[in-house]
Ligand binder design. Sequence first.
Ligand code: NAD
Ligand code: ZN
Ligand code: ZN
Length: 345
Amino acid sequence: MRALRLTAWGEPPTQTEVEQPVPHGAEVLVRVEATGLCHSDLHVIDAPPGALPYRLPFTLGHEVAGRTLALGPDADGVAVGDRVVLYGPWGCGACDRCAAGRDNYCDRRDTLAWHGAGLGRDGGMAECVLVPSARHLVPIGDLPADQAAPLSDAGLTSYHAVAGLRHALEEGTTTVVIGVGGLGHLAVQILRATTPSRVLAVDVREEALALADRSGADFGTLVRADTADVLRKRSGGTGADAVLDFVGTTQTLELAAGILRPGGELAVVGSGGGRLTVSKPGVLPPGFRLSLPFWGTHPELAEVVALAQSGAIHVETEQFPLSAAPEAIGRLRRGRVRGRAVLVP
Ligand code: NAD
Ligand code: ZN
Ligand code: ZN
């Protein structure tokens, strides 16, 4: 079968032929219908040797939807032909966190040579993907594959980040979303669908602000010298109750910390490599709370799928054949993708 594999650090991934895997034990083989292309794939492709614990080569693709094709003899709770989305952050499978479907915070995460499907383990940018256990699958019914695949990261990570802030997002509050790409446009929709908070969006691209508007944001603005003042005014003068940063550079972290209301919440999702210095006393708002959410839990993925099935959230996608992965990667790099790029084998 065809697969897009990372074979050397610092080099672009290559399209190669690999053996179609055969499921053993509790494994499940899934025929891929669609796989999302995430900005994290660019971080992985660009990583210098030694930066990530992954062993090469492996197949990229951590946002995967498809249909189960074959089951190992011990595979449980799934039938051949089921349509599923993959829960991607595979943990050790043995700790309390994994047992509770919280592989994203697996107790052995620091000792694993992978973060999940397509991140150190063979993922979904291929015709088929081998899943270690049916516990990593969530049924999607007849949800179109291009909708379902991005839910497993862009949707789930946004949902999990919002879930961590929900206690602070009552009626009359304001949330700022920085970076309205694959994750951010779903975060705007999830905020609108699950909280009464007013949503303000920030990006460096006009098209992203148009996407924020279509996603239900109350207001959008480009990053400029006066952005902090504009956002403060739009938050009723007090500052934002919460900021979701889907970029994570020093510039966006400083913007975020500068517009928070006392007692405000900052969730940093973007892996932009920025730094924010926390000191007390210091310049951060009193009561400031910082979280670094990673991906999401299995039960949350089922909730995101249910939201999509109800029509409350919709992924804007641009589809590419798997053979055009280099073009999709190039467009994501240049900020030319609207919503999520999805590869179809
Ligand atoms: P994307 O490229 O689809 O979207 C990023 C958006 O940010 C774009 O609209 C871009 O124009 C905007 N942007 C870039 N620089 C900006 C700036 N300085 N100010 C405001 N906006 C800016 O990326 P994505 O796939 O949505 O991923 C977003 C980030 O989240 C990436 O860093 C990715 O690695 C990370 N990520 C983290 C997790 C996690 O679990 N924490 C999961 C998935 C992705
Ligand atoms: Zn991702
Ligand atoms: Zn574990």
